[in-house]
Design a protein around this ligand. Structure first.
Ligand SMILES: [Zn+2]
Length: 358
């Protein structure tokens, strides 16, 4: 038996006008959980929209600072959340994942408002959970995807553009990694084929329009390129995530991300999508996919994503044994299209140092 839950969403400056139609059918009382900065950026749009939709906000609170089980428990214990018919989550990936898990455990419908365009958390059926100290805890599987995701580009534009750029890097990895992992040659299920097709949207349109979209978002211009790029960062990788066989949901780029973040300065100074973007180049080099490597390399140079070790404040001479050990142990390396060793990844990293984009 197979079930695929595809995401539902609305995008546009008037997106929150759909609260009435989409949230209204589940009741009247809504609890709002948000990030701290996220609320400052979105409150002015969310509160009038809830009122206009005839919905009653039972209360609102900050989810915490980390996507932790402690914060999920805290949300579940709140009387204003318990009395609500549904929950509206407004924030970045960590906030949305925390609230999604709380709603799932409380059997309440959950709606999402992303306040940054940096990942597909607003629509996926998993919550990536961390310990209170920021280290990875587990991936919780949920019974459903969020009921509806409301994307207001105006809200997204109040966040630093660096998040959006990192999101583009993370989305492009989705295409490269899913295609690479599926090269193993197993028969593909319908879901895997659907996801792999959708993965193309995480790549080619971003290469073409990503640069303009970043500029538009920086200047506060809502254009077709900006909206489509937001969708290809938030929605397209989400469709890949909810459709493909779990083996195809990651690859060497994300495994290397986990390896690299074992160095404190990478964890502290760089965004997930920035480190993953570098890993994508290594994944393409490892695979000898020079056609895509050339395009991705040129694109990163143009928009300012990392292309070499120096961009991540690492030395070429660094033996990287610790990084490679964590990379190889990562679950993303359990399924690869052909056997991959730590030496092969190191070699790809060094070849990339020599690479000049030709
Ligand atoms: Zn990622």
């Amino acid at each position: 038996m197979t079930s695929i839950y595809l995401p539902q969403f609305t995008i546009g400056e008037a997106a929150f006008e759909e609260f009435k139609n989409e949230i209204g059918k589940y009741g009247r009382k809504v609890a709002v959980i948000h990030g701290e900065k996220a609320w400052k950026a979105s409150e002015q749009y969310i509160l009038p929209a809830l009122k206009h939709a005839g919905l009653l906000m039972t209360g609102h609170m900050v989810y915490g600072r980390e996507a932790s089980h402690e914060n999920t428990d805290r949300i579940m214990a709140e009387p204003f959340v318990q009395e609500a018919d549904m929950i509206l989550a407004a924030g970045g990936g960590k906030c949305l994942d925390t609230v999604k898990l709380a709603a799932d455990r409380m059997h309440k419908p959950v709606f999402t408002v992303p306040t940054i365009a940096s990942n597909c958390a607003p629509i996926t059926r998993i919550s990536i959970m961390y310990h209170e100290d920021g280290s990875f805890c587990d991936i919780s599987r949920l019974s459903q995807v969020p009921v509806h995701c409301f994307i207001n580009p105006r809200v997204i534009m109040s966040a630093p553009v660096r998040f959006f750029r990192a999101g583009i890097g993370d989305a492009m990895a989705k295409f490269v990694e899913s295609r690479w992992s599926a090269k193993a040659g197993e028969a593909l299920s319908y879901g895997s084929q659907l996801g792999l097709q959708c993965g193309k949207l995480c790549f080619y349109p971003l290469l073409k329009n990503g640069c303009k979209a970043l500029e538009d978002v920086k200047q506060g211009r809502i254009t077709d390129e900006a909206e489509q790029t937001i969708l290809n960062v938030v929605i397209s990788p989400g469709i890949v995530s909810v459709s493909v066989h779990p083996d195809y949901n990651g690859g060497a780029a994300h495994a290397l991300f986990y390896g690299l973040t074992s160095r404190a300065h990478i964890e502290e100074k760089y965004l997930h999508g920035e480190v993953v973007a570098y890993g994508t180049l290594v994944n393409l080099m490892l695979d000898g996919d020079f056609e895509n490597l050339k395009q991705v390399y040129a694109f990163y140079k143009k928009v300012g994503l990392p292309v070499c070790l120096k961009d991540l404040e690492l030395e070429r001479e660094d033996p990287m044994e610790d990084i490679l050990a964590v990379t190889m142990e990562n679950q993303e390396m359990k399924h690869t299209p052909y056997p991959v060793t730590a030496d092969m990844i190191h070699e790809a990293i060094l070849k990339l140092e020599e690479y000049e984009g030709l």
